[in-house]
Design a protein around this ligand. Structure first.
Ligand code: FAD
Ligand code: SF4
Length: 514
């Protein structure tokens, strides 16, 4: 490459931008332009990343390089194990700019504010113009979200979602929501009952090919001290595999997705979930196609409640959290509305705890790099919220341990929805519950030495103790929130003496997990 003449455009492709139809490629001329990619250790170490997360990104990037070269693109690619690898994106790009002297740098909008700023600074230092192009993968642009936000005192996903349904004519009939209602929550969100989930169709798995095997070896050697395991690695790393995963989900699990989307069960990590988040976030899969394909299943008799429940996650939540991220960054990252200061318990990194629900949710996370939404929100996230963990520590953990973690999607979910650290931008009230919720939605309590209904005493459920203590500690903040009235009324029914005992028990837990 060094002998070729100076490229016109250097198209920077980041590890979560693996779609050849991205705006960065518009006008690409293979005779003059060059694609630039780099695997750098910093992206795996700035948070202590799960080994499978590192492997997923590296394998998907290497497969993308193959696709791009097969399509005739010239690619300047830095591998992690290259002796002269400088370890950070900024250092690698600066060196590439010096070596190649392109006229212009082009990139699709990064998914991470930190990376965007690093690219800007690097381009400026190199004295090169940087063109950041809109990310067409998403259905709502940053500017459209800003318009939506501008006209409102309060942001709520539901209204944003309805606007997008109308704008994209998704699940609409003559200007009205299909089936006469916007959501079917009442029909969704069942538990399995004592008998459990029974036989759930297992998801399609993808055996590692030669490229992935190389990456797995590299990660095992280079990141041996990182959390998580590689032995189950079976994730889609190409668009073809992502498409097969989509079809497998639509054929086998979509019909029961809505009904059981909140249920949890031991040794059943996937249940009726799609496992598509990582493929979507790496842009191996187009959300429009996912939505259209799900909607088309109505014709095969898949219930509207299931289809709507699934589409709401992609067209609603996924687009909404991206809007929130870019609307409020960079100050969003520092928010701590509940002034939480506790460190993250060390067992989050090992899964070694006697708290059974946490042991299962954490164990599964470390094993696979995956937990479904309710495990993230109402087990691992809930415990951190109730304990009073500093939200930035919780954020760093979530960004590290999930395969699908990219900051634009992880941060609002963690800091906002789960930890209420944004003071109510994402959620209209804190998602707090006692151990009874976990008892209702799972079988975790059956194997636990604690009792979900007990708030004090030797077998008190830590969630239940901390739940009542949370309400007590934050009563003054929550009193003005009408959605908290019922929970605070229940708190008021607890005699003051018992509230004091709860406070003491909660304090002991905080000391135990500090
Ligand atoms: P399914 O349950 O099958 O849902 C279908 C799709 O909808 C997902 O693939 C995902 O693309 C989308 N989706 C569902 N819920 C959300 C949501 N709340 N926000 C955005 N998209 C959503 N999702 C990520 O992709 N990356 C993250 O780093 C991430 N961090 C999270 C942290 C916390 C604390 C919480 C509570 C949620 C987080 N989520 C994150 C959202 C959600 O938990 C995952 O998208 C989902 O569990 C992925 O599994 P799945 O593909 O089987 O999803
Ligand atoms: Fe979790 Fe409490 Fe149930 Fe034990 S009793 S599994 S700690 S909710």
């Amino acid at each position: 490459m060094a002998n070729r003449r100076r490229p016109r455009h250097l198209v920077v492709v980041l590890g979560d931008q693996l779609n050849l139809d991205a705006a960065a490629f518009d006008g690409f001329d293979a005779t003059q332009d060059l694609v630039w990619m780099a695997e750098v250790a910093e992206e795996s170490t700035h948070v202590w990343s799960h080994q499978a997360r590192i492997a997923l990104f590296l394998s998907a990037m290497r497969h993308f390089r193959q696709r791009a070269e097969a399509a005739g693109y010239r690619v300047d690619y830095r591998q992690l194990e290259d002796a002269e690898n400088r370890g950070s994106l900024a250092a690698e790009l600066a060196a590439a700019c010096q070596r190649l002297r392109p006229e212009l740098l082009i990139v699709t909008e990064p998914g991470d504010y930190r990376v965007q700023e690093a690219l800007r600074a690097t381009a400026q230092e190199a004295g090169l113009p940087l063109e950041i192009r809109s990310d067409r993968h998403f259905l709502c642009t940053k500017a459209e979200f800003a318009d939506h936000a501008q006209s409102r005192k309060q942001l709520r996903m539901e209204f944003f979602y309805r606007e997008l349904r109308q704008r994209t004519s998704t699940l609409m009939e003559e200007g009205k929501p299909l089936g006469g209602q916007w959501n079917f929550d009442a029909e969704n969100r069942s538990a399995f009952g004592k008998a459990g989930p029974g036989q759930v169709p297992p998801p399609v798995r993808f055996s590692p090919d030669a490229v992935t095997k190389d990456v797995l070896r590299l990660v095992a050697q280079r990141f041996a001290d990182h959390p998580g395991r590689l032995s189950h690695f079976d994730w889609p790393v190409t668009p073809e595999e992502a498409e097969a995963a989509l079809q497998d989900f639509l054929d086998n699990r979509l019909p029961r997705f809505g009904q059981y989307q909140d249920a949890m069960w031991t040794a059943e990590p996937w249940l009726y979930h799609s496992r598509l988040s990582a493929a979507l976030n790496l842009k191996l899969l187009d959300p429009r196609r996912v939505i259209q394909q799900a909607e088309a299943r109505l014709e095969d008799g898949v219930p509207l409640a299931a289809v709507e429940g699934f589409i709401r996650q992609i067209l609603g939540w996924r687009e909404y959290v991206r809007g929130i991220y870019w609307h409020f960054m960079p100050e969003y990252l520092e928010r701590n509305a509940l002034e939480a200061t506790q460190p993250l318990p060390a067992f989050y990194w090992t899964g070694e705890t006697e708290i059974n629900c946490l042991r299962h949710a954490l164990g599964q996370t470390l094993e696979y790099g995956y937990a479904h939404h309710i495990q993230r929100l109402m087990v691992t996230g809930l415990f951190a919220l109730l304990l009073g963990v500093r939200p930035q520590a919780v954020h760093e953990w979530y960004l590290a341990v999930y395969l699908d973690a990219v900051e634009w999607v992880e941060l609002p979910n963690t800091l906002g929805m789960s930890q209420y650290a944004d003071g109510g931008v994402m959620a209209s009230k804190p998602y707090v519950a006692s151990g009874s919720y976990i008892h209702r939605m799972s079988n975790y309590c059956q194997g636990c030495r604690f009792k979900p209904t007990e708030r004090t005493g030797p077998t008190a459920c830590p969630f239940t103790t901390l739940y009542w203590d949370f309400l007590r500690r934050h009563e003054h903040r929550l009193r003005s929130n009408p959605r908290m009235t019922m929970q605070l009324k229940n708190l008021a029914r607890i005699p003051k003496m018992e509230q004091a005992a709860v406070a003491e028990a909660a304090q002991r837990l905080r000391e135990q997990y500090a």
